[in-house]
Ligand binder design. Structure first.
Ligand code: 13P
Length: 258
């Protein structure tokens, strides 16, 4: 398997934006914008806030768009005020969950170990995972990007079986490129995505590594998506700001059809 046989995945991460009614409106906008376009060259996901999930699941019903949550707790249930379990997400019809986003690591104390626990809980409940990894600006400047990303990947995938890897997408998101308008160059993004694929080959095997979808995220937009997505090891995008505008998101989906 290679780039030509891996299906691209274009996922929007809406972060803390949109009420349920606004989520329905944006999904309807996206559906209308892509209605007459070729879209079967990629999977399309929208990652919405918890309170929007039910509305989003309803709104995507007659389309190819899938819904992701933006986090999940590792416990099955219990005294964890404010948290949401994998079973709850499944029950509202959610298919994917984003885990380990750098904003969760930066602002909410997420560690590689808790990322691993969340990945296990999500997979056990039958959810598919978008696992985020990425280096800080200082780590890039120190020249340790690949070590950092390898460590994040290895710990997050600790005790995850080869079988379960079929349900994991990895998103490489350099923290310095998120929401800053600074995009990694296609060469920089490609270099790290290729390194992540090598880590997966070492943990599992080459066939599994070649079959794994690896996205790039960090200021991907309508203008730069085509070039990033043309790189050999970049199989899609995890898009923040630009996923909140239907025409821009549609342009990125179009760029993934090549
Ligand atoms: P931006 O596209 O806004 O930089 O956000 C990227 C991101 O964090 C997606 O998860």
């Amino acid at each position: 398997m290679n780039k030509a046989t891996r299906k691209a995945v274009i996922a929007g991460n809406w972060k803390m934006n949109k009420t349920p009614a606004e989520a329905t409106a944006l999904i309807n906008d996206i559906k209308a914008t892509i209605a007459d376009k070729k879209t079967d060259g990629c999977d399309i996901i929208v990652g919405v806030p918890f309170v929007d999930l039910a509305a989003a699941v309803e709104a995507v019903k007659d389309s190819a768009i899938k819904v992701a949550a933006q986090n999940v707790h590792w416990a099955e249930k219990g005294a964890f005020t404010g948290e949401i379990s994998a079973e709850m997400l499944k029950a509202v019809g959610v298919e994917y969950v984003i885990i380990g986003h750098s904003e969760r690591r930066q602002y909410f104390g997420e560690t590689n170990e808790t990322v691993n626990q969340r990945v296990k809980a999500a997979l056990a409940a039958g959810l598919k995972v978008i696992l985020c990894v990425g280096e800080l600006k200082d780590e890039r400047l120190l020249g340790i990007t690949e070590e950092i990303v390898a460590m994040q990947t290895k710990v997050a995938l600790n005790e995850i079986s080869a079988e379960d890897m079929k349900n994991i997408i990895i998103a490489y998101e350099p923290v310095w490129a998120i929401g800053t308008g600074l995009t990694a160059t296609p060469a920089q993004a490609e270099e790290v995505c290729a390194a992540i694929r090598k880590v997966i080959a070492a943990l599992y095997d080459c066939t599994l590594a070649e079959a794994t979808t690896i996205q790039y995220g960090g200021s991907m937009n309508a203008g730069n998506a085509a070039e990033l997505l043309s790189m050999k090891n970049i199989d899609g995008g995890l898009i923040g700001g630009a996923s909140l505008k239907a025409p821009d998101f549609a342009t990125i989906i179009e760029a993934a059809q090549a």
